[in-house]
Design a protein around this ligand. Structure first.
Ligand SMILES: Nc1ncnc2c1ncn2[C@@H]1O[C@H](COP(=O)(O)OP(=O)(O)OP(=O)(O)O)[C@@H](O)[C@H]1O
Length: 255
């Protein structure tokens, strides 16, 4: 599938435009009855090439829902999300298959992102190296040969990150808490890779509960609270304002 204009944008050109986005879920409450959960309420922003944007906010404030909408995996009720190229969502929920081996999942993940088989084959070793999973060399076990469901959550997150981040440069990369998993060395490697992607003039969105991670990785932050955009600005200022908000014990308005 052709990406209209992909790769052609200058630094600073818009990559994601969210225009008054509303998203609601229908939750069954009993036989024949349901309730609407209004998860995102009129959120608007423009993301540009070269930006790394953190999404912060209380539990249930709509961060993951917004990320899914940017990825094109979640319909909006009203408003629209415009994206350049094909955003890649990379998170703990990324759809890899637990019964298949790590090796098969590298291939599947690559195909799902639109890569050719030969493109995947030539990048395979780089992906495995990035993940840091033992691959049978140096007399260690070959974790890539086992089903992914036998991996620890950290191992699985590392492989997912490696697949999406090493595979190719994305116009828009969406990361949902992947950095929270994995050991310190892997986190450093992930941060470096995010910096490289950003330098390659992509846009990175990161959902993380750790403000240290957001401040180190992102230059801008969006603070969502009860589905609304409370603040949009430099990561330092937005995380500080959110910390102040939580310290004063103010509770977000009810849904
Ligand atoms: N599949 C779903 N069906 C129904 N309601 C959902 C669904 N996913 C999320 N919600 C609801 O939408 C709201 C926003 O959830 P979301 O997961 O986007 O928040 P979040 O900010 O990512 O939260 P957290 O920080 O806890 O991960 C919450 O009220 C949540 O209960």
């Amino acid at each position: 599938m052709a990406d209209p204009g992909a790769g052609a944008a200058a630094p600073g050109a818009p990559t994601v435009i969210a225009d008054a986005v509303h998203i609601a879920y229908t939750v069954p409450t009993g036989p024949g009855t349901h309730r609407r959960v209004h998860a995102v309420r009129g959120v608007g922003f423009v993301a540009r090439r070269g930006e790394s944007i953190g999404l912060i906010g209380s539990n249930g404030s709509g961060k993951s829902t917004l990320l899914k909408a940017i990825a094109g995996l979640q319909q909006t009720e009203s408003g629209r999300v415009y994206t350049r190229g094909r955003p890649a969502l990379l998170g703990v929920d990324a759809a890899l298959m637990g019964d298949l081996s790590g090796e098969r999942n590298v291939i599947l993940g690559g195909l799902a992102m639109g890569m050719s088989r030969s493109g995947i084959a030539s990048r395979y070793e780089g992906i495995v190296d990035f993940s840091g999973l033992p691959d049978g060399r140096d007399g260690r076990e070959n974790a890539l040969a086992r089903p992914m469901r036998t991996y620890s959550s950290g191992m699985a997150a590392r492989l997912r990150f490696a697949i999406a981040a090493t595979a190719r440069s994305h116009d828009v990369l969406l990361v949902d808490e992947a950095l929270a998993t994995g050991d310190a060395r892997f986190q450093r490697r992930s941060r470096r890779r995010i910096d490289e992607l950003r330098a390659a003039a992509g846009t990175v969105f990161l959902v993380a509960h750790s403000h240290a991670t957001i401040r180190e990785t992102c230059d801008r932050a969006l603070w969502l609270e009860a589905g609304t955009l409370r603040m949009d600005g430099p990561a330092e200022e937005v995380t500080a304002a959110y910390e102040e908000f939580t310290r004063t014990g103010a509770t977000p308005p009810d849904e």
